[in-house]
Write a protein that binds this ligand. Structure first.
Ligand SMILES: *Cc1c(COP(=O)(O)O)cnc(C)c1O
Length: 512
């Protein structure tokens, strides 16, 4: 009989015998408990339905009519594996899974539906974080989508010079407009801003020294850390100053024969407040000039519009950095610019040309879809007011408190009456966030739809919203579910209302 016990039961059993001495009652109880669950396990393993049997059951057969067999098989194998795992881990009979056929089939059908929806899909951002990296940062504007629509399905002059009939450069399509908008002498584009920083450092400072303030050794998240990018590029980092204070003298006294670059990094996602000192770009550029050293600024977000004109805090613009004399400026295309993912590099003509000949450039280059979207986005900036109205990221950023109130009321109206025993709904004041590392402490006043839990718990409501179609991503804060209308697109309001109504109408399941 003992041989039926698993190793752990075995060990526990003998420990107990040693501990308790030979006391038959304890021994019998232990043996029975041990054997009971192991016996049930053996029994229940044999009860797991076979794949063939499941395929022939009528609900699964029905699913097979509309779903590829391979997908259904994947769902069946996943569910059966999970059941085996549960049985394996069970320590008491209560923990054994229910193998009733209907129940198993039900799980399979649900899994098929989850698997067939896997992949990139539309989600509704109700978090109020505008540049939300996990949710794809910037939605593109209608105008940009039209551009993609007309170019994505055909050949284009991507690398073909229509005047000469010879090979052209893919970058010319955005270079001129970038130079026009920013005043830079040269411009180029790579896959993202991390790539922009990497290729710039690799080009200018490989095996040489880069001077940077200790207050700017930032981590952006998703594993972009300045010291590590520096290492990857082969540049040697020379840290100067302290976390909170760095002076121009700190930079100057670190300059030596191996110095290749002075680097300034926008401390995107945090702020050091209090007893602080930072060297401005102008001053750093002057120092660079004195020693004939290039100065680079990694702006991170990089905006082309002065948002103080629209009632927000003034953030330095890309044009400011160019005008203040930075030799190189890098920033993301999909943060405050509101375009596609890419990294934009601006700078003096000579340095930009050298960067373009770096072998890495080929590995980091952007595709035609990105170039199309970037080109269309940049063209919109020729009229700043229009850019703010029509580029979704900018529009959300500049949305007035009054219009947010109206939007929230509209959402509440669309939801209508709900079952107050499950949860209740109210509007409250709160804050949205820019995200993407811009204005980290700057909350933007907004109106939020607040769902206070009753019978349904707040985590359950958040999860139900997330499993809606399309998924609605909300905030869970202080036991309430918050939906910020700032990041919900006008045409999505109906979908959000529908999702909330559905949750209110759902059958109560035990354990909710
Ligand atoms: C966001 C950011 C990066 C990385 O940009 P990606 O476009 O995500 O590659 C680099 N530096 C700073 C300062 C940033 O804010």
């Amino acid at each position: 009989m003992l041989y039926q016990l698993s190793y752990t039961h075995h060990t526990i059993l003998f420990s107990i015998i040693l501990f308790a001495g030979w006391q038959p009652d304890i021994f019998v109880i232990v043996i029975q408990r041990g054997i009971a669950v192991e016996d049930s396990k053996n029994l229940i393993f044999r009860q797991i339905p076979s794949v063939d049997y499941l395929l022939e059951s009528s609900p699964v057969g029905g699913v097979l009519l509309t779903t590829p067999r391979a997908l259904v098989l994947r769902a069946i194998h996943q569910i059966l594996d999970e059941l085996r795992g549960k049985i394996d881990r069970a320590r008491t009979d209560d923990e054994l899974p229910d193998l009733e056929l209907n129940n198993v089939v039900d799980q399979i059908v649900r899994r098929v539906s989850v698997l067939s929806q896997q992949g990139l899909r539309h989600v509704i951002n109700a978090t109020g974080v505008i540049v939300h990296t996990n949710l794809g940062r910037s939605p593109l504007s209608k105008k940009v989508i039209e551009g993609l629509n007309s170019l994505a399905g055909c050949y284009s002059n991507l690398e073909y010079d229509l005047r000469t009939g010879k090979r052209g450069s893919r970058y010319v399509h955005v270079e001129e407009i970038l130079m026009e908008l920013t005043g830079a002498g040269g411009a180029t584009v790579v896959n993202n801003n991390a790539a922009a920083v990497l290729i710039a450092l690799d080009t200018i400072a490989k095996d040489r020294e880069v001077i940077i303030s200790r207050g700017q050794l930032v981590e952006i998240g998703g594993s972009f850390r300045i010291p590590e990018v520096m290492k990857k590029s082969g540049a040697r980092m020379v840290e100067v100053g302290t976390t909170n204070k760095t002076t121009i003298n700190d930079y100057e006294s670190a300059i030596g024969p191996d110095t290749a670059l002075l680097l300034k990094v926008h401390t995107s996602n945090f702020q050091i407040v209090g007893f602080t000192e930072e060297v401005g770009l102008e001053e750093l550029a002057a120092l660079g000039k004195k020693y004939s050293l290039p100065v680079m600024e990694d702006l991170g977000s990089g905006c082309l519009v002065d948002f103080s004109r629209y009632g927000l805090k003034r953030e330095p613009t890309v044009q400011d950095s160019v005008a203040k004399g930075a030799d190189l400026v890098t920033f993301s295309g999909d943060k405050m610019l509101g375009g596609p993912q890419c990294g934009i590099i601006l700078g003096k003509k000579g340095i930009i040309s050298t960067i373009k000949t770096n072998q890495l450039n080929r590995a980091l280059r952007v595709g035609k879809l990105t170039l199309t979207a970037l080109q269309e986005t940049l063209h919109m900036y020729r009229d700043k007011d229009r850019a703010v109205r029509q580029i979704p990221t900018l529009r959300m950023l500049c949305q007035s408190y009054q219009s947010l109130c109206r939007k929230a009321k509209k959402l509440a109206g669309l939801i209508g009456k709900i079952d107050a025993r499950k949860f209740s709904i109210s509007l409250c004041d709160g804050f949205s966030y820019v995200g993407g590392g811009a204005m980290p402490l700057e909350g933007l006043r907004s109106t939020l739809l607040s769902i206070s839990p009753a019978k349904l718990s707040a985590p359950h409501i958040v999860e139900s919203l997330r499993s809606s179609d399309p998924p609605v991503i909300a905030r869970l804060e202080k036991g309430r579910v918050l939906l910020d209308v700032r990041t919900i697109q006008e045409k999505e309001l109906k979908l959000v209302a529908e999702a909330i109504r559905k949750i209110s109408a759902e059958e109560a399941k035990p354990g909710n």
